[in-house]
Design a protein around this ligand. Structure first.
Ligand code: BTN
Length: 253
Protein backbone atom coordinates (compact mmCIF):
# COMPACT_ATOMS: atom_id res chain seq x y z
CA UNK A 1 0.00 0.00 0.00
CA UNK A 2 1.21 3.51 -0.88
CA UNK A 3 2.40 5.27 2.29
CA UNK A 4 1.59 8.98 2.47
CA UNK A 5 3.88 9.31 5.49
CA UNK A 6 6.88 7.79 3.71
CA UNK A 7 6.18 9.89 0.60
CA UNK A 8 6.20 13.09 2.72
CA UNK A 9 9.60 12.23 4.18
CA UNK A 10 11.05 12.21 0.65
CA UNK A 11 9.24 15.25 -0.76
CA UNK A 12 11.29 18.48 -0.97
CA UNK A 13 8.83 20.74 -2.83
CA UNK A 14 7.14 23.91 -1.57
CA UNK A 15 3.85 23.41 -3.37
CA UNK A 16 3.53 20.35 -5.61
CA UNK A 17 2.30 17.30 -3.73
CA UNK A 18 2.04 19.10 -0.40
CA UNK A 19 -1.67 18.39 -0.52
CA UNK A 20 -2.28 14.70 -1.25
CA UNK A 21 -5.64 13.02 -1.67
CA UNK A 22 -5.12 9.29 -1.45
CA UNK A 23 -7.71 6.61 -2.22
CA UNK A 24 -7.03 2.93 -1.87
CA UNK A 25 -9.32 2.31 -4.85
CA UNK A 26 -10.87 4.72 -7.32
CA UNK A 27 -12.22 4.79 -10.87
CA UNK A 28 -9.59 7.22 -12.18
CA UNK A 29 -7.36 9.72 -10.38
CA UNK A 30 -7.98 12.17 -13.25
CA UNK A 31 -11.68 12.04 -12.46
CA UNK A 32 -10.91 12.61 -8.75
CA UNK A 33 -8.77 15.65 -9.59
CA UNK A 34 -11.44 17.11 -11.88
CA UNK A 35 -13.73 17.63 -8.89
CA UNK A 36 -11.31 20.39 -7.80
CA UNK A 37 -10.93 22.11 -11.19
CA UNK A 38 -12.65 25.25 -9.92
CA UNK A 39 -10.86 25.37 -6.58
CA UNK A 40 -7.66 27.43 -6.75
CA UNK A 41 -6.70 26.30 -3.24
CA UNK A 42 -5.95 22.89 -4.70
CA UNK A 43 -3.23 24.15 -7.07
CA UNK A 44 -0.40 21.59 -6.91
CA UNK A 45 -2.46 18.90 -5.19
CA UNK A 46 -1.93 15.28 -6.14
CA UNK A 47 -4.51 12.51 -6.31
CA UNK A 48 -3.02 9.07 -5.78
CA UNK A 49 -4.59 5.63 -5.84
CA UNK A 50 -3.31 2.11 -5.34
CA UNK A 51 -5.94 0.72 -7.67
CA UNK A 52 -7.89 2.26 -10.57
CA UNK A 53 -10.84 0.31 -11.97
CA UNK A 54 -11.53 2.68 -14.87
CA UNK A 55 -8.08 4.09 -15.66
CA UNK A 56 -8.13 6.17 -18.83
CA UNK A 57 -5.43 6.49 -21.48
CA UNK A 58 -5.04 8.77 -24.46
CA UNK A 59 -7.36 8.64 -27.47
CA UNK A 60 -10.14 6.96 -25.53
CA UNK A 61 -8.09 3.90 -24.56
CA UNK A 62 -8.15 2.34 -21.13
CA UNK A 63 -5.10 2.35 -18.87
CA UNK A 64 -4.08 -0.90 -17.26
CA UNK A 65 -2.44 -0.87 -13.85
CA UNK A 66 -1.67 -3.43 -11.15
CA UNK A 67 -2.87 -2.75 -7.60
CA UNK A 68 -0.01 -1.82 -5.24
CA UNK A 69 2.61 -2.19 -7.98
CA UNK A 70 1.88 0.60 -10.46
CA UNK A 71 2.10 4.30 -9.77
CA UNK A 72 -1.11 6.04 -10.82
CA UNK A 73 -1.60 9.68 -9.88
CA UNK A 74 -2.85 13.02 -11.13
CA UNK A 75 -1.49 16.48 -10.53
CA UNK A 76 -3.87 19.45 -10.51
CA UNK A 77 -2.43 22.76 -11.70
CA UNK A 78 -3.94 26.22 -11.88
CA UNK A 79 -0.85 27.87 -13.36
CA UNK A 80 -0.55 31.56 -14.08
CA UNK A 81 0.82 30.81 -17.53
CA UNK A 82 0.20 32.57 -20.83
CA UNK A 83 -1.99 30.55 -23.16
CA UNK A 84 0.70 30.46 -25.84
CA UNK A 85 3.11 28.74 -23.45
CA UNK A 86 0.70 25.99 -22.47
CA UNK A 87 2.24 23.65 -25.08
CA UNK A 88 5.46 23.57 -23.07
CA UNK A 89 3.77 21.93 -20.08
CA UNK A 90 3.73 18.39 -21.55
CA UNK A 91 7.46 18.77 -22.21
CA UNK A 92 8.12 19.73 -18.59
CA UNK A 93 6.08 16.76 -17.42
CA UNK A 94 7.88 14.23 -19.63
CA UNK A 95 11.31 15.55 -18.63
CA UNK A 96 10.40 15.63 -14.92
CA UNK A 97 9.27 12.00 -15.04
CA UNK A 98 12.45 10.78 -16.76
CA UNK A 99 14.65 12.76 -14.35
CA UNK A 100 12.69 11.63 -11.30
CA UNK A 101 13.02 7.98 -12.37
CA UNK A 102 16.75 8.41 -13.01
CA UNK A 103 17.41 9.99 -9.60
CA UNK A 104 15.36 7.33 -7.78
CA UNK A 105 16.48 4.19 -9.63
CA UNK A 106 19.53 5.03 -11.80
CA UNK A 107 17.47 3.83 -14.78
CA UNK A 108 17.58 6.03 -17.91
CA UNK A 109 14.17 6.09 -19.56
CA UNK A 110 13.41 8.07 -22.72
CA UNK A 111 10.56 10.08 -24.22
CA UNK A 112 8.40 9.26 -27.21
CA UNK A 113 6.21 11.91 -28.79
CA UNK A 114 3.79 13.03 -27.61
CA UNK A 115 3.54 11.73 -24.07
CA UNK A 116 5.04 8.29 -23.59
CA UNK A 117 7.83 7.13 -21.32
CA UNK A 118 9.94 4.37 -22.86
CA UNK A 119 12.63 1.96 -21.72
CA UNK A 120 14.49 -0.21 -24.24
CA UNK A 121 11.80 0.41 -26.87
CA UNK A 122 8.98 -0.65 -24.57
CA UNK A 123 6.45 1.62 -22.90
CA UNK A 124 6.68 2.04 -19.12
CA UNK A 125 4.42 5.03 -18.71
CA UNK A 126 1.99 7.50 -20.19
CA UNK A 127 0.60 10.94 -19.53
CA UNK A 128 -3.01 12.05 -20.01
CA UNK A 129 -3.43 15.82 -19.81
CA UNK A 130 -6.91 17.31 -19.57
CA UNK A 131 -7.36 21.08 -19.58
CA UNK A 132 -10.14 23.51 -18.86
CA UNK A 133 -10.19 27.22 -19.53
CA UNK A 134 -11.82 29.03 -16.63
CA UNK A 135 -12.12 32.81 -17.19
CA UNK A 136 -8.61 33.92 -18.11
CA UNK A 137 -6.69 30.99 -16.83
CA UNK A 138 -6.22 27.36 -17.68
CA UNK A 139 -6.53 24.52 -15.21
CA UNK A 140 -4.83 21.25 -15.96
CA UNK A 141 -5.28 17.72 -14.73
CA UNK A 142 -2.08 15.84 -15.49
CA UNK A 143 -2.60 12.11 -15.10
CA UNK A 144 0.45 9.91 -15.00
CA UNK A 145 0.62 6.13 -15.06
CA UNK A 146 3.96 4.40 -14.53
CA UNK A 147 4.80 0.71 -14.47
CA UNK A 148 7.05 0.27 -11.46
CA UNK A 149 6.92 -3.11 -9.71
CA UNK A 150 4.80 -5.17 -12.14
CA UNK A 151 6.10 -8.61 -13.03
CA UNK A 152 5.65 -10.19 -16.47
CA UNK A 153 2.48 -12.05 -15.47
CA UNK A 154 0.87 -8.80 -14.25
CA UNK A 155 0.88 -7.41 -17.79
CA UNK A 156 -1.82 -8.44 -20.27
CA UNK A 157 -0.75 -10.69 -23.08
CA UNK A 158 -1.96 -8.26 -25.73
CA UNK A 159 0.47 -5.52 -24.60
CA UNK A 160 3.39 -7.54 -23.17
CA UNK A 161 5.44 -7.23 -26.38
CA UNK A 162 5.42 -3.44 -26.18
CA UNK A 163 5.20 -2.87 -22.43
CA UNK A 164 7.60 -3.30 -19.53
CA UNK A 165 8.13 -2.08 -15.95
CA UNK A 166 11.14 -0.78 -14.05
CA UNK A 167 11.11 -3.98 -12.01
CA UNK A 168 11.05 -6.32 -15.03
CA UNK A 169 13.92 -4.30 -16.48
CA UNK A 170 16.09 -4.25 -13.36
CA UNK A 171 14.99 -7.47 -11.58
CA UNK A 172 14.33 -5.66 -8.32
CA UNK A 173 11.56 -3.63 -6.73
CA UNK A 174 11.48 0.11 -6.22
CA UNK A 175 9.86 2.55 -3.80
CA UNK A 176 6.87 4.18 -5.48
CA UNK A 177 6.86 6.85 -2.76
CA UNK A 178 10.47 7.85 -3.55
CA UNK A 179 9.85 7.90 -7.30
CA UNK A 180 6.73 10.05 -6.93
CA UNK A 181 8.48 12.51 -4.57
CA UNK A 182 11.46 12.86 -6.92
CA UNK A 183 9.21 13.38 -9.96
CA UNK A 184 7.34 16.18 -8.18
CA UNK A 185 10.63 17.76 -7.04
CA UNK A 186 11.77 17.78 -10.66
CA UNK A 187 8.46 19.29 -11.88
CA UNK A 188 8.76 22.11 -9.35
CA UNK A 189 12.41 22.81 -10.19
CA UNK A 190 11.53 22.93 -13.91
CA UNK A 191 8.41 25.10 -13.45
CA UNK A 192 10.47 27.58 -11.38
CA UNK A 193 13.24 27.70 -13.96
CA UNK A 194 13.54 29.67 -17.13
CA UNK A 195 11.94 27.37 -19.70
CA UNK A 196 14.24 28.59 -22.51
CA UNK A 197 16.17 25.35 -22.79
CA UNK A 198 13.20 23.04 -22.21
CA UNK A 199 12.97 22.08 -25.89
CA UNK A 200 16.66 21.13 -26.09
CA UNK A 201 16.32 19.05 -22.92
CA UNK A 202 13.20 17.27 -24.24
CA UNK A 203 14.96 16.50 -27.53
CA UNK A 204 17.96 15.10 -25.62
CA UNK A 205 15.65 12.53 -23.99
CA UNK A 206 13.68 11.81 -27.17
CA UNK A 207 14.15 8.25 -28.47
CA UNK A 208 13.28 9.07 -32.10
CA UNK A 209 14.95 12.39 -32.94
CA UNK A 210 15.52 12.48 -36.75
CA UNK A 211 13.99 9.03 -37.10
CA UNK A 212 10.86 7.91 -38.93
CA UNK A 213 7.74 8.03 -36.77
CA UNK A 214 4.11 7.10 -37.19
CA UNK A 215 1.59 8.74 -34.91
CA UNK A 216 -2.03 9.79 -34.55
CA UNK A 217 -3.19 13.39 -34.73
CA UNK A 218 -6.92 13.92 -34.40
CA UNK A 219 -8.33 10.94 -36.30
CA UNK A 220 -5.49 10.66 -38.81
CA UNK A 221 -2.31 8.63 -38.87
CA UNK A 222 0.84 10.39 -40.09
CA UNK A 223 4.26 9.06 -40.99
CA UNK A 224 7.36 11.20 -41.39
CA UNK A 225 10.72 12.13 -39.94
CA UNK A 226 10.67 13.59 -36.45
CA UNK A 227 12.60 16.87 -36.56
CA UNK A 228 12.16 18.01 -32.97
CA UNK A 229 9.89 20.43 -31.14
CA UNK A 230 8.83 23.95 -32.19
CA UNK A 231 9.04 26.95 -29.82
CA UNK A 232 5.41 26.53 -28.74
CA UNK A 233 5.78 22.81 -28.05
CA UNK A 234 4.51 21.33 -31.30
CA UNK A 235 6.17 18.32 -32.95
CA UNK A 236 7.96 19.16 -36.21
CA UNK A 237 7.53 16.31 -38.67
CA UNK A 238 8.92 16.24 -42.18
CA UNK A 239 6.39 14.63 -44.49
CA UNK A 240 7.15 14.45 -48.23
CA UNK A 241 9.78 17.22 -47.86
CA UNK A 242 7.34 19.53 -46.07
CA UNK A 243 7.80 20.46 -42.43
CA UNK A 244 4.48 20.16 -40.58
CA UNK A 245 3.66 20.94 -36.97
CA UNK A 246 1.41 18.91 -34.68
CA UNK A 247 0.20 19.77 -31.15
CA UNK A 248 0.68 17.27 -28.35
CA UNK A 249 -3.02 16.52 -28.06
CA UNK A 250 -4.15 17.73 -24.69
CA UNK A 251 -7.81 17.03 -24.12
CA UNK A 252 -9.99 20.10 -23.64
CA UNK A 253 -12.72 19.55 -21.08
C1 BTN B 1 -1.58 6.97 -22.15
O1 BTN B 1 -2.52 6.55 -22.85
O2 BTN B 1 -0.40 6.68 -22.42
C2 BTN B 1 -1.86 7.83 -20.95
C3 BTN B 1 -2.10 7.02 -19.71
C4 BTN B 1 -2.39 7.85 -18.48
C5 BTN B 1 -2.77 6.98 -17.31
C6 BTN B 1 -2.90 7.76 -16.03
S1 BTN B 1 -2.98 6.72 -14.61
C7 BTN B 1 -3.41 8.07 -13.62
C8 BTN B 1 -4.39 8.90 -14.41
N1 BTN B 1 -5.73 8.39 -14.25
C9 BTN B 1 -6.21 7.92 -15.39
O3 BTN B 1 -7.36 7.42 -15.52
N2 BTN B 1 -5.34 8.05 -16.38
C10 BTN B 1 -4.11 8.68 -15.91
Amino acid sequence: MFSKQLFKTYLKTNILGQKIIYKNKTSSTNTDAKEYLYNKNFHGSIFVSDSQYNGRGRRGSSWESTPDKSLTFSLLLHPEIKLKNIGLIPLVIGIGIVKGILISTSISAGLKWPNDIFLNNKKIGGILIETKQINNYISLVIGIGLNINEQINDISENIIKKTTSLSIHASKTFSRELILANILDEFEILFNSNLNSIIDIWESYCIHQNKNVTFHSKEEIHTGTFKGISENGYAKIEIDNNLKKFPSGMIIL
